[in-house]
Design a protein around this ligand. Sequence first.
Ligand code: GDP
Ligand code: MG
Length: 163
Amino acid sequence: MANIVAIVGRPNVGKSTLYNRLTESRKAIVDDFSGVTRDRHYGEAEWIGKRFTVIDTGGFVHGSDDIFEAAIREQVHIAIEEASVILFMVDVTTGITDLDDDIANVLRRSKKPVYVVANKVDHAKLHHASAEFYAFGLGEIFNISSATGSGTGELLDQVVSHF
Ligand code: GDP
Ligand code: MG
């Protein structure tokens, strides 16, 4: 199976920021892949010599809250089908929301490896705040800052261990 990493999570947690960081050095290839569909972007990334495809989910059609949440759930199901590794991104500055819990419930039933990624841990003093995400029952929490890149190396070491 191809090496595919999907980033899922509710809007505004920082999925696209991480996607851009991971695929940045390969813009030319990204441009060929982006816009394949309106709701998902595909890009190529590399870490310690291992190449993989990153899927950024999002860009959902805005409508009623119901349609919005259904669209997110649909994206999570597609990601579980398509990806070999799933990054479930949450936001340490807002903590757990109902939509985070909904997504976690879907991901817990997946047989694919899921990593909980606590984003926006921009300062060391926020590290302990992400402990609440253990409540998802999805295992270890990876603290990162997509904005600065902090913590992304440790996360990628884990991700590429599957490839
Ligand atoms: P998405 O909707 O999940 O794709 O989220 P975006 O990548 O569009 O980011 C949503 C907002 O969070 C933007 O204003 C980003 O600049 C901000 N953001 C993303 N990552 C970080 C981070 O690590 N730290 C902080 N402080 N803000 C971030
Ligand atoms: Mg986005």
